[in-house]
Design a protein around this ligand. Sequence first.
Ligand code: TXA
Ligand code: MG
Length: 327
Amino acid sequence: MTAPLLPADQAHALDRAADIIRAGGLVGMPTETVYGLAADAGQGDAVARLYAAKGRPRFNPLISHVTDIAMAERLAHIPPLARRLMEEFWPGPMTLVLPRRDTAPVSELATAGLDTLALRAPRHPAARALIARLDRPLVAPSANPSGGVSPTTAQHVLDGLGTKIDLVLDGGPCPVGLESTVIAVGTSTETDQATLLRPGGLDRNVIEAVTGPLARAGDGHAPASPGMLKSHYAPNAPVRLNARTVKPDEVWLGFGDIAGDLNLSARGDLAEAASHLFAYLRKLDADGARRIAVAPIPPTGLGEAINDRLRRAAAPKDASELDIDPA
Ligand code: TXA
Ligand code: MG
């Protein structure tokens, strides 16, 4: 049986989603970055079902989603630098890894036993309304089978997980299109050092205007993110990067002046390219591409996260060892 699809802007749909989550179920939920697979963070059984539905390794912890700083305060200790980041960028595509409170209603499974907690306040109105209805943190990894391409439409969620979950809220295509930027604060040193664990939908430069230069995951005392696998976000077809020409058996994903068969952004706009990236990789896969060549994408601004996802999409699929920020 495939999960029903309901419009994310309707009160009855949000009520139904809240009932399902209260009862330990799994709901595909739109956020501004990608669709998440939402469950009650505090219900160990629900979280176990979520890991099983995705086929996700249990050492890879989940993000707890909250409405605002007040709710975050119930879950984690918030150093001054983290508070400034929240005030500046929440709600929005930024996740903070912070020391957890013992009393946080988040199961050990959701944090993979770590004494830290990843927190994000999403901007999408449906996600905000659902969390507010429950007044509980919701874990929500991207709503795709582990290792695959993240979903940016409700149909993508159904395609990957439709038979394993209870409901999908359809909020239209995700405007950002890349997962949140993950930053650890105050977990590594005495000071308020901030470390980039995953580049994402909030440009590093914008964050560094508040934090100063970010440390790199894996450097010195900086913590590593357990979930950064070398092969991830991978379509079925093999991917070749920085392609300025195309080979006979390839389809070409273009950018800017390189039109290719499908152009991420004809005007060379990185935000537009980010919003198209996962949907276009899926489309080329669905069209039966044998191989996908991708035009060069500049490494600046959102290009850092786009290139990070593309490198993982291109990595050999048996490259499942941990990878400490190759960027
Ligand atoms: O935009 C997003 O972040 C989306 C939407 C649905 O909110 N969610 C998402 O979740 O991308 P997921 O589970 O696919 O990625 C969570 C990332 C992983 O790389 C995980 O390892 C890292 O956050 N993470 C979670 N808890 C952590 C912790 N305590 N310490 C370090 N990294 C952590
Ligand atoms: Mg994911």
